[in-house]
Design a binder for this molecule. Structure first.
Ligand code: ANZ
Ligand code: ZN
Length: 807
């Protein structure tokens, strides 16, 4: 019989589904394991070949855990709100809900086609009102705890999507989604105070098992800086507070820089103090057009305007120093004002050189001053030109000057974070309505919880309005409502939530997906929390992963969830690149459609290949040829199962390799080294081919192959007559005997004059003479050595023996 994957795969998918073999059980005495993968956005293009990589990996991990006796939760769902669906709906005049429904159906059948062991009874869809009711509920709790607020913000505005973007959604000055230019615009927005959790989001990383690069990226993104706030004064007596990480360099502060938007600039203009108002205003306009990213660019040419009419006074020595405005100082960081120390800060150095400012070295740095810019970062540098700080190391000078400033009442130690609050509203239709009501008398009022979910109404057009308001704003029937507090006329918020809302808590819903009294029951949360292992893309590290940690901590604080952190372990996979090593994209025409691979080779081959393609954490290049290699491997397994000896015992000849392989595959799954696990099984299969194998050998092989290639494993399991023992995916992981992993017999290749002629087995402790004798005794070998003289023999220990013969 031929390996007929096209019939086998749907057959077992149906059997698994009917028997609910992948169902997670809420009441179980077993130990629980919660494995999670990032749920997909159900786009119109269907599943991309990039999806199966992390999904197959966690599927293997979860299948192995089931075999190890765990009660496993491995769920799937759909992150279905979002712009592409809305844009598609606008273009094709189809309701986004219909688009979403169709796409989810397509994704579901594709995921089932790949044989993933998801618990399909727990599927969630973030656009389902039964789901987003709880997303809205969490928003209300955030609001009630002062963590959601409205603010007029200079926001990133995508000129094409007509929509506000979070900083993270702006990549190199353009919209991450559509590539259109992003400009700055003032808009009133709902904001979430993630900054309140900045320190805990850093600290608690110590308690979780995340791969190091994830931790590092999160720490850097949160960007904790320690230093001091120091109060300078202007010559007209206004206090100017600066943030510095290097208060030790105060004696080297030779000028000041304010962000162009700094309130004092406007104030001094108002008071008529500025003599070069026109220059100042022109510069302010130019700066407003730039993004923070462009402004913070390290190597760009420094620009600025010196304020004419006002100067600053350095509080440590009373010296008068000029004040500039320059766009390299951001209004949104620290106090929006700096003391510039050109001898020891690269940007200040470049600026001072261009504008001819004084440069005073205050940390000894050898022959030339620019070099000092580097030594200053070294805590062992020695203070000079700094009065009472002279002779101290930088490390000691920082607390000394901070204490001095505190005593004088002109400064204090200060911690700053790069992290900004989360811009939470979008002027779009296809998102969760924000359950807030505006009353002219009472202000913003939260919708009473018993009115949730606040349903998204049907509108005629999904296009944002020209002024950038949400399409909901035109739905006067829906917008006009009554104030929950005073009963007077009021208006609903017409902005919706960003796509990151639904995914910030979805892993909780899987624990109890059908609950309509709570986002999940306390019992379910207690039993399943936390997620034991979460694998997902590096691109989500500073977005989804951080946002969901924030929401989780908040839910922990208000007593909803039992753990401080949502995920115990986080790993990440590399991307799959198109043939030739480029990113897969429609325009390059190098996109691989999983359906095509499944049709041609079967899902098991696709799964196997995608795990064999390379180190899981690294990017890997697709190769059609290598796919075929994996198919051939499965063909070999199939043929072995058909031809193996009808003997329940494992054979002596294979014992060492088999037991080593069982151990290696188990360890490799835990370490996400799927490629080497598969390689080990491949070489085991080659040995089975050479040595012959028994049903007992095949039983073990099929069992450990089943997490990788589950369909063929079930079929062979049945074929070998083990069907009565239930599914192979429900078997325990094969046992291995440590003592057997040490070979008692060795398999050696015998060459005659360099050509392979036979395989022989010798005792593991046989010496070279015994090995040569055994080779010469072999029948197949004798055909080539008959009547010849042995002139030399070469033994490669554990591998081969080569007999050199001459007539
Ligand atoms: C004097 C100084 C001397 C500084 C020196 C650095 C080195 P991080 O680590 O990123 O927090 N700074 C403060 N506020 C700023 C703003 N709004 N825009 C641009 N730059 C700002 O960097 C803090 C340092 O960046 C601060 O310490 C300040 O320059 C500058 F040898 O003060 B420093
Ligand atoms: Zn009211």
């Amino acid at each position: 019989m031929k390996y007929d994957f096209a019939n086998i795969e749907p057959k077992w998918q149906k059997k698994w589904e009917d028997a609910k073999v992948y169902a997670a059980h809420d009441n179980s005495d077993k130990k629980k394991f919660y494995g999670l993968v990032e749920f997909p956005y159900p786009s119109g293009q269907g599943l991309h070949v990039g999806h199966p990589r992390p999904y197959t990996a966690m599927d293997i991990v979860c299948r192995k855990k089931r075999m190890d006796g765990y009660n496993v939760l491995f769920p799937m769902g759909f992150d279905a709100f979002g712009l592409p669906t809305e844009n598609y709906a606008i273009k094709n005049h189809i309701h986004p809900a219909k688009v979403t429904h169709d796409n989810i159906q397509n994704f579901t059948s594709q995921l089932k086609m790949l044989g993933f062991g998801f618990d399909w009874d727990r599927v969630i869809d973030t656009t389902d009102p039964k789901y987003y009711k709880w997303t809205q509920w969490i928003f209300l709790q955030l609001y009630k705890h002062g963590l959601a607020y409205k603010a007029t913000m200079p926001v990133n505005w995508c000129t094409s999507c007509k929509c506000v973007l979070a900083n993270e959604e702006v990549v190199d000055g353009v919209c991450e989604r559509c590539g259109a230019p992003v400009i700055r615009k003032e808009k009133s927005q709902w904001m979430l105070k993630i900054t309140e959790y900045a320190q805990r989001l850093i600290d608690d990383l110590d308690e979780v098992d995340f791969i190091e690069r994830v931790k590092t990226q999160q720490r850097n993104w949160i960007g904790r800086s320690t230093g001091a706030e120091v109060t300078f004064h202007s010559t007209n007596g206004d206090p100017i507070v600066v943030f510095t990480t290097r208060p030790d360099t105060l004696f080297g502060a030779t000028y000041m820089v304010l962000a162009p938007e700094h309130a004092l600039v406007a104030e001094w203009k108002e008071k008529g103090l500025l003599k070069n108002v026109e220059d100042v205003e022109a510069y302010q306009r130019a700066a407003a057009a730039k993004s923070d990213l462009e402004r913070a660019e390290l190597n760009k040419e420094k620009t600025g305007v010196k304020l004419d009419g006002v100067a600053g006074i350095n509080p440590v020595n009373g010296k008068e120093i000029p004040i500039f405005i320059s766009d390299y100082v951001l209004s949104t960081y620290g106090t929006g004002a700096i003391m510039a120390v050109p001898a020891h800060d690269d940007r200040d150095w470049a600026f001072a050189k261009k504008f001819g400012c004084e440069i005073i070295e205050v940390v000894s740095g050898g022959e030339d001053v620019q070099k000092a810019a580097f030594t200053a970062k070294d805590e062992t540098g020695i203070m000079v030109n700094s009065d009472f700080l002279n002779g101290l190391t930088v490390k000691d000078a920082i607390p000394a000057i901070t204490k001095w400033l505190e005593e004088k009442g002109i400064g204090e130690a200060k911690v700053n974070y790069k992290l900004r609050d989360w811009v939470f509203s979008r002027q779009r239709y296809w998102g969760e309505p924000i359950p807030m009501v505006w009353c002219d008398k009472c202000g913003w009022e939260p919708l009473p919880e018993d009115q949730l979910p606040l349903l998204l109404p049907d509108v005629d057009s999904y296009e944002p309005t020209d002024d950038g308001e949400s399409p909901l704003s035109k739905m006067t029937d829906w917008v006009n409502t009554t104030c929950p507090k005073c009963g007077g006329p009021a208006r609903r918020e017409t902005d919706t939530m960003p796509q990151w809302a639904g995914s910030s808590w979805y892993y909780l819903r899987y624990m109890d997906p059908h609950n309509d009294k709570a986002l999940a029951s306390k019992e379910a949360l207690d039993y399943w929390s936390p997620v034991d292992w979460y694998n997902g893309g590096m691109e989500h590290t500073t977005l989804h992963l951080l946002y969901s940690r924030f929401w989780h901590k908040f839910l922990y604080d208000i007593g909803v969830v039992p753990t401080k952190e949502p995920y115990q372990k986080r790993t990440s996979h590399g991307m799959i690149l198109g043939e030739g090593g480029e990113k897969m994209s429609k325009s390059r025409g190098n996109v691989v459609n999983p359906n095509d691979i499944v049709a041609q080779y079967g899902a098991d081959t696709l799964r196997l290949y995608i795990m064999f393609i390379g180190d899981f954490e690294q990017a890997a290049v697709w190769s059609d040829n290598a796919v075929k290699g994996c198919k051939r491997f499965l063909d070999k397994v199939w043929n072995l199962a058909e031809s193996c000896k009808d003997d329940e015992n494992q054979s002596e000849a294979n014992a060492a390799s088999l037991h080593k392989c069982i151990k290696k595959v188990a360890d490799d799954i835990e370490g996400m080294k799927f490629n080497t696990a598969i390689a080990a099984m491949m070489s085991l299969v080659n040995e089975f081919g050479q040595n012959g194998c028994t049903k007992g050998d095949m039983k073990a092989l099929i069992t450990m192959l089943s997490p990788f290639a589950p369909h063929i494993a079930e079929e062979l399991w049945e074929m070998l007559g083990y069907g009565a023992l239930d599914f192979v995916c429900q078997q325990p992981w094969p046992e291995y005997d440590e003592s057997k992993t040490v070979a008692s017999v060795l398999n050696l290749v015998v060459q005659v004059n360099g050509k392979v002629r036979a395989n022989i087995q010798v005792p593991a402790d046989a010496d070279n003479d015994a090995i040569v004798a055994a080779a010469q005794a072999d029948e197949k070998v004798q055909k080539f050595t008959q009547g010849m003289n042995l002139v030399k023999s070469i033994v490669v220990p554990g591998r081969l023996v080569n007999l050199i013969v001459k007539p």
